[in-house]
Design a binder for this molecule. Structure first.
Ligand code: ADP
Ligand code: MG
Length: 258
């Protein structure tokens, strides 16, 4: 059964989508079968995977509302994974879901039939703790939290950790933190180092040792509709996401062995 991982942080611009696309592609590169679900009405993971979000296609919206099965929405992309695309229509799902039964479990239910076909199913979340994010947290076994090492980073985490706790107490008792990921990291910046040390103290082993540096190639790749490993394999950004996939896989194996 594939492991479902939500990539989430209610803050915008912290690298959720960049991590979703590039971790999906890096895991696919190691021959894992990967699905990436774009669960953000901005559709950035869709465009960044090389799929036109305006085109008339089945998206996460139809899947959540129950108009189409997820098999009808997925498309194979150049990055080597299957993408379930999204566009601005998805913002309507928030309101429509309120009227629907099992509204927090729509994504979990939708994944039931395809989970066995993948090793990893990643969900790129919107920058909000809304019903779309709740659907991701209920569908997931674990969460990856990308974050920038800013002054208020830890404060911002409190709301997210409370939400995760609440979901664990009610709708999804098995939900775990897969890992915290430092993004756009600059080791020459004192603040990055200070916040980093605090994160290590609070989260211990949950903090990935791999850090994602600020790298222009990572910012350029989406405009070419490609993950960075297909755009510039030698770049620091590409190497960092490949290393992250390696660290994640190793950790998973250690847990299984233990
Ligand atoms: P989120 O999905 O959390 O809103 P994004 O992944 O879209 O964040 O990243 C926000 C912006 O920062 C995007 O323009 C992206 O290309 C850029 N970006 C993300 N990670 C990096 C990085 N490591 N180095 C340089 N630019 C980055
Ligand atoms: Mg995003």
């Amino acid at each position: 059964m594939g492991k479902v991982i939500a990539i989430t942080n209610q803050k915008g611009g912290v690298g959720k989508t960049t991590t979703s696309i590039n971790l999906a592609a890096s895991l696919a590169k190691t021959r894992r079968r990967v699905m990436l679900i774009d669960n953000d009405p901005q559709g950035n993971a869709t465009m960044g995977s090389g799929v036109n979000k305006q085109a008339n296609r089945v998206t996460t919206y139809e899947v959540l509302i129950g108009l189409e099965p997820i098999e009808a929405a997925r498309v194979p992309v150049e990055g080597g994974y299957d993408l379930v695309p999204a566009n601005s229509q998805l913002s309507g799902a928030e309101v429509e879901l309120i009227e629907i039964e099992r509204r927090e479990r729509r994504l979990r239910d939708a994944l039931e039939n395809v989970r066995a076909q993948y090793d990893y199913i990643l969900i790129d979340c919107p920058p909000a703790l809304n019903l779309l994010t709740v659907n991701a947290l209920v569908a997931a076994q674990s969460v990856i939290i990308p974050m920038q090492c800013e002054y208020y980073a830890l404060e911002g985490l409190t709301a997210l950790l409370n939400t995760i706790r609440k979901i664990r107490d009610t709708l999804n008792p098995q939900l775990e933190i897969e890992g915290l990921l430092r993004t756009m990291y600059d080791p020459r910046n004192n603040l990055d180092n200070e916040v980093s040390a605090q994160l290590k103290q609070h989260f211990g082993d949950k903090l990935y040792r791999t850090v994602i540096p600020r790298n222009i190639r990572l910012a350029e790749a989406p405009s070419h509709g490609k993950p960075v490993i297909a755009y510039d394999m030698q770049s620091k950004g590409a190497q960092a996401y490949l290393a992250l996939a390696g660290e994640m896989l190793r950790r998973g194996e250690e847990v299984v062995a233990a």
